[in-house]
Design a protein around this ligand. Structure first.
Ligand code: OGA
Ligand code: NM2
Ligand code: ZN
Length: 420
């Protein structure tokens, strides 16, 4: 039996749901601030929340289809300034009687979860791997979430922890999968569905004749993310090792967000260049199995920032980077310096996590954040080494996470009580 560990182990489910403790969802006082069209709630833990009246009316449970959670109808202009005739706390619920006679009843824990305070809003919108979960080689060697394939297939709690770590840490290892093609399909069916690309729903990574991609040779692959040359670059990648090379074929992984952070702190000018200069990525060829011709090209910054300045994605791939650089010729040398600096930092031993997959391993990683590479393989290995790969979108992964979160968390609480 494989012992699974990780950044977030037994308490993953609990930690994942934004924590609202008992005292925080007990309201002590509600009041109206008519002039601001606000309703205030003072909570037992000392926190106060202000809710816009128009927002309460918009979110009145009677205006939401309780079966599917979707909003029915929409606010009219006349309703925007509708006043509340009275507000009260009744049986642990907030009751608003509106001037037009309508009544809205809100569960108080729902209100607390939807508080407009900056921290609460941040928790809603933040899509960034928080700094605490960035990793270097030592940390990921110690804490890589590892589990058995059969457990992922059979047990929602293991699947939850796998996906949680995948989403938040960016890399996980599944061991002991059967050593045949088709296992990724079983894994992906557990999560949702696969992201297809022109390389096929599932692609075979082998040394091939007339390779239409450097991945399909026995040469080394520089650290990269897959497919920055298509606009919707896949979010997650799964590689199932069916046969490993005797000699060579090791993989390496780097937390691209961590490297971007170091670059920002130590070489801000390089960071500025990589976050503002658009490079071209191109992929042109034909898929032998289907005869499908493809020609994709993008222009994008190697480090993509969110509107709040957080790193959102990295698009680093020296194999598919093509010729065009959208910059003044006098600046081009500096762009190459910055690009090279990102690679040099990535290849530093402190950042580089090396692992030789063995037959039956499935390595899962966030293609938007984690760079991967491989060493060359030779001799008989050049014929034998065989991986199967596929991609998945973040919506699919997050959807599964949220769908099983409550059940996993409830079951864990019941198990904990039974064990106590
Ligand atoms: C790829 C790739 C890694 C490997 O196919 O894009 O990075 O180990 N392969 O062959
Ligand atoms: N493969 C493995 O972006 C790339 O070209 C990486 C993708 C061929 C699907 C390789
Ligand atoms: Zn790759």
């Amino acid at each position: 039996m494989l012992r699974s560990c990780g950044f977030v182990a037994a308490s993953a489910a609990r930690a994942f749901s934004r924590h609202v403790n008992a005292a925080s969802s007990v309201p002590q006082r509600v009041s109206l601030a008519e002039s601001d069209h606000l309703l205030s709630v003072d909570w037992k833990d000392g926190h106060s929340s202000a809710y816009p009246l128009v927002w309460l009316l918009d979110n009145c449970p009677s205006r939401i289809n309780s079966g599917n959670g979707q909003r029915v109808g929409r606010l009219t202009r006349r309703e925007l300034r509708l006043r509340a005739a009275s507000v009260s706390l009744e049986k642990g619920r907030l009751v608003v009687r509106w001037e037009n006679g309508e009544l809205s009843v809100f569960p108080v824990d729902w209100l607390r979860r939807h508080c407009f305070s900056p921290t609460s809003r941040h928790a809603f919108v933040s899509d960034h791997a928080d700094d605490a979960k960035l990793w270097d080689a030592d940390r990921i060697r110690r804490e890589l979430f590892t589990c058995a394939f059969a457990d992922v297939i059979a047990d929602d709690a293991v699947l939850f922890r796998l996906l949680f770590n995948l989403d938040n840490v960016g890399i996980c290892l599944i061991k002991e999968a059967p050593k045949t093609e088709g296992q990724l399909a079983r894994l992906c069916a557990r999560v949702g569905f696969v992201r297809e690309t022109h390389y096929g729903t599932y692609f075979t990574v082998k040394s091939k004749e007339n390779p239409n991609n450097n991945a399909y040779t026995s040469s080394a692959l520089d650290l990269h993310v897959d497919l920055p040359q298509i606009t919707r670059t896949p979010d997650f990648q799964f590689l199932h090792c069916i046969t490993q090379a005797g000699e060579g074929g090791e993989n390496c992984f780097v937390d691209g967000f961590r490297v971007a952070q170091v670059l920002r702190d130590k070489y801000p000018d390089d960071y500025y260049l990589l976050t503002t200069t658009k490079l071209q990525y191109t992929d042109r060829g034909c898929e032998p199995d289907t005869g499908l011709l493809f020609h994709n090209t993008t222009m994008r910054c190697p480090i993509e920032l969110a509107s709040n300045g957080d790193v959102k994605r990295v698009y680093i791939n020296n194999h598919t980077r093509s010729s065009f650089i959208d910059a003044d010729p006098k600046k081009i040398l500096r762009v190459y310096e910055a690009w090279t600096r990102f690679y040099d930092l990535s290849y530093e031993a402190r950042h580089l996590f090396r692992i030789k997959l063995t037959s039956g391993d499935v390595i899962c990683f966030k293609n938007s954040r984690v760079l991967h590479g491989r060493e060359a393989f030779t001799g008989r290995s050049a014929i034998e080494r065989h991986l199967q790969g596929c991609y998945m979108d973040e919506d699919v992964v997050r959807s599964k996470l949220l769908s099983i979160r409550d059940a996993v968390s409830n079951k864990q609480q019941v198990d904990n009580q039974a064990a106590a």
